[in-house]
Design a protein around this ligand. Structure first.
Ligand code: F6R
Length: 277
């Protein structure tokens, strides 16, 4: 497995129009997740050796779970410390209590934070319990806090079937900042399994904006499975459009897609040819 990690099949989709975008096709989600976890671990250690903080942008959902599992393993078995790490999560349902089964606070605690030595005050997740009137000010503060830390060093992303990143659903423009949004119906449908019925799925969420995400120094987007193949193709090969918010990543200077075979399946032969160079 480690030799595969050393030599993934690189699909370097670096065209004149998207010079900062690359695509790696990896044999399976485990290999892709370990690769990202190792990159994160190396960044944390490098920053620690310089006496600096490492600012991570984190995602929830099924996609990053293996990355978190690997980071926990690296903490336990390899002594990776998170004492210099500051985190900002992309999004949270609104309203929601932090101890609700579907809350992203609970998810992050269970998947990562409860198992590592992160300083709890360095963890930031949009607050699903604030009053509606307080949300705009809260969101401004969230973006400002990210900027105050020096910006996100590495942003981990998944992609929704609507083309959302964070909860920036179709219609979200490139200049959007952290804010309250309406969830797309397809996104709510995908969440039914977690909430046990469409009526229980929240209508709203707080999300970092497209621009908030694009401010990150590096972006790593993971996508696995054939149900992501079509949207991944449109996000990478299509024109940049608010109909597919993930397409705005094409404008970033250092964004890498890490895909398994199934998620890479719809990439066109011409792109794949280009990618194989
Ligand atoms: C989660 C998030 C979403 C998910 C996306 C994919 O914090 O921001 O954009 O990354 O919905 O979800 P999964 O990984 O469950 O397919």
């Amino acid at each position: 497995m480690s030799s595969t990690l050393e030599s993934p099949s690189p699909l370097n989709h670096s065209t004149k129009s998207t010079p900062g975008l690359s695509v790696l096709k990896l044999p399976d989600p485990g290999v892709a997740s370990k690769r990202v976890a190792r990159e994160i671990g190396a960044l944390i250690r490098q920053r620690a050796s310089e006496n600096r903080n490492c600012v991570l942008g984190l995602a929830t959902g099924s996609t990053p779970i293996r990355v978190y599992r690997e980071l926990v393993r690296m903490h336990r078995e390899e002594g990776l410390s998170f004492h210099n790490v500051i985190t900002f999560n992309l999004d949270e349902y609104f309203p929601i209590k932090p101890n609700a089964a579907q809350s992203y606070v609970r998810f992050m605690n269970e998947q990562l934070f409860d198992h590592i030595d992160i300083v709890r005050t360095n963890v930031h997740i949009p607050n699903g319990t604030i009053e509606l009137e307080a949300v705009p000010g809260y969101c401004r503060d969230y973006d400002e806090l990210i900027a105050t830390t020096g910006g996100i060093d590495l942003q981990l992303l998944g992609i929704g079937r609507t083309g959302h990143i964070g909860f920036n659903e179709p219609g979200a423009t490139q200049d959007t900042r952290t804010r309250l949004v309406k969830l797309d119906n397809l996104t709510r449908l995908d969440a039914v399994k977690d909430f046990g019925g469409m009526d229980h799925v929240p209508l709203l969420a707080i999300t970092m904006g497209v621009d908030s995400i694009l401010q990150s120094h590096r972006i790593r987007l993971l996508a696995f499975g054939e149900h992501k193949a079509d949207i991944v193709q449109r996000a990478i090969e299509g024109t940049m459009t608010s109909a597919i918010p993930a397409s705005f990543l094409q404008s970033h200077r250092d964004v890498q897609y890490l895909l398994d075979d199934a998620a890479a399946e719809c990439l066109s032969p011409s792109t794949t040819g280009e990618l194989s160079q």
